[in-house]
Write a protein that binds this ligand. Structure first.
Ligand code: PMP
Length: 355
C-alpha cells in the first residue's frame, strides 16, 4: 500500500441495479417507469435555447422549487431540491445526523442508508421488520440520533399507515425523522400533511419513478423551513450548482402536467394489481405492494436460479443475495406487454422444473 493510501476514505459503495446495454432486454430491475415522461418534457427539449447553457444555473432552482410547492400547495421555503433523491437523502444524512446516538432504520430497507451512514461516520442501528415485513413502530421509540423510514418500504413495497408514521414522529420530537417516499405515488398515503404539524419531519420524494425521470435526476424534500434552510446551508457549503438548467426547466414543466402524471401512475397500479393475481395463481407469495414493484418468493423455487435463468434470456429483475431476503425477487412493474412476457417465461420455467 502506498503511504498516502492510508488517508483514503474507506467506503463500501452502494451497488445500483444493472443498466444493460442491449435495448431489447426487458428491464424490470431498477423500478423505472415503463412509460415515457409527460409530453411537456419533449416540448422543453425542443424549445430550449442552447445559449442558456452558457451561464451557470440558478443556484436556488427557483422555477423548479416553485412548481413543486405549487403542486403540493405549500410555500417554496418548505421545498429543497437535489440531484435525485439519493442526493437529497445523502445531504440530509450529512445535515441532520451529527450526534452520538444511533440513527434508526429497518434491517431490510433501501441499501443506501447504511452506505451514507458509513460514509459520513453516522452511528446507526437497524431494527427488524416483523414476519410480514412490516415496520414495528415500538422499535423506534428509544433514544436515537434520527430515524429514516422508506414508505412504502424498499425492496418490500409494504406501506406503513400514516397514523403509525405519525406515532413514530410524535414520539421522537427531539430527532429528525426522514420519510423516504420514493414510491408513494403508486397508491400509498404521503406523510406530507404531517410536516405542517411536526417540525422534525422531512418527507423526501423523487421524479425518478412516478414522473418517469430517472435519467434527469431530480429529487426533493419537503418540511419545515428550518430543516430546509439547514439542508441549503450544507448544500451551499459543498456545491452551489447541483441542478442543471435543463433539469430545472424539465422538472418544472413536468410537475405542472398533473393529468398525465395521474394517468400514467394509474396504468402502473392497474398492471401491478393484475400481476399480483397472476403471480399468486403461480404460487408466489408477497406483501401487499403499494409501489411499482412486487417482492415475491415461491416455496420450492430457488430465487437466484430463476433470476439467473431469466437474465440469460433477457429478462432482468433484481435479486439481493443478502440474509433474510435471498429467497425473493424484486420485480418492477413494466408495460402490460412486458409483464406478459415475464409471466409467460415464469410459467414455462416452472413447467420445466415440474413444479
Ligand atoms: N429511495 C428509495 C427507497 C429508492 O428505492 C431509490 C431508488 N434507487 C431512491 C430513494 C433514489 O432514487 P433517485 O435518486 O433516483 O431519486
Amino acid at each position: 500500500m502506498r503511504a498516502w493510501e492510508a488517508n483514503f476514505r474507506k467506503v463500501e459503495p452502494y451497488t445500483p441495479g444493472e443498466q444493460p446495454k442491449n435495448p431489447r432486454v426487458i428491464k424490470l430491475n431498477t423500478n423505472e417507469n415503463p412509460y415515457p415522461p409527460s409530453p411537456a418534457a419533449a416540448e422543453v427539449l425542443r424549445s430550449m435555447d442552447p445559449a442558456l447553457l452558457r451561464k451557470y444555473p440558478d443556484p436556488d432552482s427557483s422555477l423548479l422549487r416553485d412548481a413543486i410547492a405549487e403542486y403540493y400547495g405549500i410555500c417554496p421555503d418548505r421545498v429543497f431540491v437535489g440531484v435525485g433523491s439519493d442526493d437529497v437523502l445523502g445531504m440530509a444524512f450529512l445535515t441532520f445526523f451529527n450526534g452520538p446516538k444511533p440513527v434508526l432504520f429497518p434491517n431490510i430497507t433501501y441499501s443506501f442508508y447504511d452506505v451514507w451512514a458509513d460514509l459520513f461516520r453516522v452511528p446507526y442501528e437497524t431494527q427488524p421488520l416483523d414476519k410480514d415485513f412490516r415496520i414495528v413502530p415500538e422499535d423506534y421509540m428509544k433514544p436515537n440520533g434520527g430515524i429514516v423510514i422508506a414508505n412504502p418500504n424498499a425492496p418490500t413495497g409494504v406501506e406503513l399507515s400514516r397514523d403509525l408514521i405519525e406515532e413514530i414522529v410524535k414520539a421522537n420530537q427531539e430527532s429528525v425523522v426522514i420519510v423516504d417516499e420514493a414510491y408513494v405515488d403508486f397508491g400509498a398515503r404521503s406523510a406530507l400533511p404531517l410536516t405542517e404539524k411536526y417540525e422534525n419531519l422531512l418527507v423526501v420524494q423523487t421524479f425518478s419513478k412516478s414522473r418517469a425521470f430517472a435519467g434527469v435526476r431530480i429529487g426533493f424534500a419537503m418540511g419545515h423551513p428550518s430543516l430546509i434552510n439547514a439542508l441549503n446551508c450544507v448544500k451551499n457549503s459543498y456545491n452551489s450548482y447541483t441542478m442543471t438548467t435543463p433539469s430545472i426547466l424539465l422538472g418544472a414543466a413536468v410537475m405542472k402536467d398533473r393529468a398525465y402524471f395521474e394517468e400514467s401512475t394509474a396504468k402502473v397500479i392497474a398492471t401491478r394489481e393484475r400481476v399480483k393475481k397472476e403471480l399468486s395463481a403461480l404460487g408466489f407469495t408477497f406483501g401487499d405492494s403499494k409501489s411499482n414493484f412486487i417482492f415475491a418468493k415461491r416455496e420450492g423455487t430457488d430465487a437466484k436460479k430463476l433470476f439467473e435463468a431469466m437474465r440469460a434470456d433477457g429478462i432482468f429483475v433484481r435479486y439481493f443475495n443478502k440474509p433474510l431476503i435471498r429467497d425473493y425477487l424484486r420485480i418492477s412493474i413494466g408495460t402490460d406487454e412486458e409483464m406478459d412476457t415475464f409471466l409467460g417465461y415464469v410459467k414455462q420455467y416452472l413447467a420445466k422444473q415440474g413444479s
